[in-house]
Design a protein around this ligand. Structure first.
Ligand code: AMP
Ligand code: ZN
Length: 483
């Protein structure tokens, strides 16, 4: 362990509903599985919150000195339009609607997702586990539990949840909470039973289908995550993450399969962690609500992706976070101010110091560690980073070293991002930059001649064209397009 292990890392376990000290299965290691995207569409910024959270977790484990193995899956088959085992496969449906092949769609949206991962400075996991690369192994997994835990219906192979102990412990659902699932599939023994293999209906051909002991078909979504986490991280690994919606169906079903496969009561992961939703005024952000916000939309409006990352870090991952443009503007302004401080520090410090020895800085690092150790309280970490930037009398080299350490956790790229990088030009600006700059020159001239009336007229003209002047902006960016 290193200097940052002063406080034990405590994480909220959704399974036990309490804070627990992290105790790795393998000494010195941390193995984490994150449920990834279903690649039938773009990920919206709410989805991206789930990966920013998983990244913060991974970076915290690294800060603590654990050797991290992080796996994120890509669901490119098997996720149905309804969680009640009815409806179409999301991939096949997107293919039918667009006229492209399901494989092309998967590739296109996986690439789009990876681009956003990169833009948000989310670290690459050790493994991107792509579902369609594992279908043979999923069949073997299903086969190993079929006799004892499953039954076959015309539509597929179903898991009987009464064959494992404590089904639904994670969701805490009572049987009346799941009325929505009753009778969704004829012949199911219990409403919570779920498909682990879905057969292609007689006379149909799916774009994505495989031969199996139960006929041609495709794996169920839950099966994917059980098989891939088991393969890459082991029967019992440390942490499984996902959005809070997964606490209700997807993760209880994974747990049931893990128990069956591992012949154990253990859920498969010691800690199950869930991020809360990003919401907007209309409620939970979702893809089905038509025009959804994705990272590119933010960029098109002039926001650097890291402003969104900072906005997420300002909230605790277990709290709902409301998206609004005002909140995003505030996050961008905060990021600009932080970068101003970093620029001054970099100017002052010749180089990073090898060690952070000053007691006041060590104390600040401890506070940062304490905040992180309290179930990843990033919102408490940010003011500590800002405090570091104000401690001008302390040795600059050591401050720079500590800043880099803190940023290795927060992932805001503070030591290589410049304020110029944050100057993202909105895509639909009515005036071009040359026109705006010419007007600004005229205004500057009027001001220098103390002709404030003309300066005000120019300001009003620009405002009426959607350009807001920002005298004294910390970014030195003189204007912005009004959103
Ligand atoms: P999906 O692509 O729908 O499988 O979702 C990818 C991830 O995003 C999952 O972990 C979901 O639980 C999570 N998620 C979905 N909607 C939101 C939201 N509005 N806010 C935060 N996370 C979400
Ligand atoms: Zn999953």
């Amino acid at each position: 362990m290193n200097d940052n292990a002063t406080y034990p890392l405590k994480l909220f376990n959704s399974l036990t509903r309490q804070m627990e000290a992290f105790a790795p299965v393998h000494a010195g290691e941390a193995r984490v599985y994150t449920c990834g995207p279903t690649v039938y569409n773009y990920q919206h910024i709410g989805n991206m919150r789930a990966y920013i959270f998983a990244d913060l977790l991974g970076r915290t484990l690294s800060w603590k000195g654990y050797k991290l193995t992080h796996v994120i899956n890509i669901t490119d088959v098997g996720h149905l339009t309804s969680d009640a085992d009815v409806g179409d496969d999301k991939m096949e449906k997107a293919a039918a609607q667009s006229g492209k092949s399901a494989w092309d769609i998967a590739k296109y949206y996986t690439d789009a997702y990876w681009l956003d991962i990169d833009r948000l400075n989310i670290r690459q996991p050790a493994k991107w586990a792509i579902a369609t690369d594992h279908v043979e192994e999923m069949i073997a997994f299903a086969n190993s539990i079929a006799d004892k835990h499953c039954y076959e219906l015309e539509s597929g192979l179903y898991f009987d949840v009464s064959t494992v102990p404590d089904y639904g412990r994670l969701s805490g659902a009572q049987s009346d909470d799941i009325e929505g699932r009753i009778d969704a599939v004829e012949g199911k023994r219990h409403p919570q039973d779920f498909a682990i293999w879905r057969k292609t209906p007689e006379g149909e051909t799916r774009q994505m289908e495989w031969d199996s002991p139960w006929g041609k078909g495709a794996p169920g979504w839950h099966l994917e995550c059980s098989q891939m986490s088991n393969k890459y991280l082991g029967k019992t690994f440390d942490i499984h993450t996902g959005g809070i919606d997964h606490r209700e169906i997807h993760h209880p079903n994974e747990i049931a399969q893990n128990q069956a496969h591992n012949c154990s009561e253990h859920s498969g992961a010691n800690i199950w962690m869930h991020n809360n939703f990003l919401i907007d005024r209309a409620g939970k952000m979702s893809k089905s609500s038509g025009d959804f916000l994705r990272l590119q939309v933010l960029i098109d409006r002039g926001f650097h992706p890291l402003a969104y990352r900072l906005m997420c870090l300002q909230a605790h991952y277990r709290s709902e976070l409301e998206f609004s443009w005002e909140n995003l503007v505030a996050a961008l302004t905060r990021l600009k101010r932080i970068l101003m401080g970093v620029e001054r520090l970099v100017e002052k410090a010749e180089a990073k110091a090898e060690l952070v020895e000053h007691p006041a800085l060590q104390q600040l690092r401890e506070k940062f560690d304490a905040a992180l150790s309290e179930d990843l309280n990033s919102s408490k970490c940010l003011p500590l980073l800002e405090e570091l930037l104000t401690l001008k009398k302390l040795p600059a080299g050591q401050r720079l070293t500590l800043l880099a350490e803190m940023d290795a956790v927060l992932g805001l790229q503070l030591t290589n991002l410049t304020r110029d990088d944050l100057r993202v030009r909105p895509v639909d600006a009515a005036l071009n930059e040359t026109e705006i700059d010419a007007k600004l020159d005229q205004r500057q001239k009027a001001k220098s001649e103390k002709d404030f009336a003309t300066a005000d007229v120019i300001r009003d003209e620009l405002t009426s064209q959607g350009v807001e002047l920002m005298d004294g902006d910390p970014l030195r960016w003189d204007w912005k397009i009004v959103i």
